[in-house]
Write a protein of this length. Structure first.
Length: 214
């Protein structure tokens, strides 16, 4: 039974599932209470550490959701323990919409997607965002790796539930580093062929120069 499903399948959602004929299948996952927060398993932790960005959704006091992209080097989102994620938030456009939303309602949703491997992960959690100097020890743990720029806040997410999402319709896309790694053998082979071709041209030129002159 999935805690994520229990949190996501509200009465309104269940009514739609009944209308669309999927309530029976969904109901099999809702026979027992959701229980306590789910731990971050090894595969989930490895997946999060391997990505260079994610989508962060919060809700404002108007009731409207707000989605923000957060990026950095792979591993900039740290798995602090089996229930907590954290990262150093750097200065951006200084609107602070996500920060304000989190202070009013700490419930958030995170969406991690690996386009190259057509895999995605959904996460429910409770977030905090505090000035970086409030917890120097934690700031030190999150320092490497981190997003480049002026650090302003420590963001932590207490994970409530996670779910691997359907891979359908994920268009494969590759980062510059992924393409560089994949194409490295081809570049090496081309360089080798170019050297071989240059050597053959030089040999042919030398043979031509050694031919008897009429």
């Amino acid at each position: 039974m999935s805690r994520y499903d229990t949190l996501a399948y509200t009465p309104s959602v269940r009514r739609v599932q009944e209308e669309m004929g999927s309530a029976t299948a969904a109901g099999r996952r809702l026979r027992e209470p959701a229980g306590e927060a789910e731990p971050i398993t090894g595969p989930v932790a490895d997946f999060i550490r391997g990505l260079d960005g994610f989508l962060f959704s919060s809700v404002g006091e108007t009731g409207w959701p707000y989605i923000q992209f957060r990026g950095g080097p792979p591993g900039f989102v740290h798995v602090l323990d089996e229930h907590t994620l954290g990262y150093l938030d750097v200065r951006g456009n200084r609107q602070y919409i996500t920060t304000g939303n989190v202070r009013g309602n700490d419930r958030v949703a995170l969406f991690f997607i690996d386009h190259a491997r057509q895999t995605r992960l959904k996460l429910f959690g409770r977030a905090t965002a505090v000035p970086a100097d409030e917890n120097p020890a934690l700031a030190g743990r999150l320092e490497s790796p981190r997003t480049g720029g002026r650090v302003e806040q420590l963001v932590t997410i207490r994970v409530e539930a996670v779910a691997w999402n359907c891979p359908n319709h994920i268009t494969p896309r590759f980062s510059q580093d992924e393409l560089s790694d994949a194409l490295a053998p081809i570049h090496d082979r081309l360089a080798s062929l170019e050297r071989e071709n240059a050597a053959l041209r030089a040999e042919l030129a030398a043979r031509h120069d050694r031919r008897p002159k009429d």
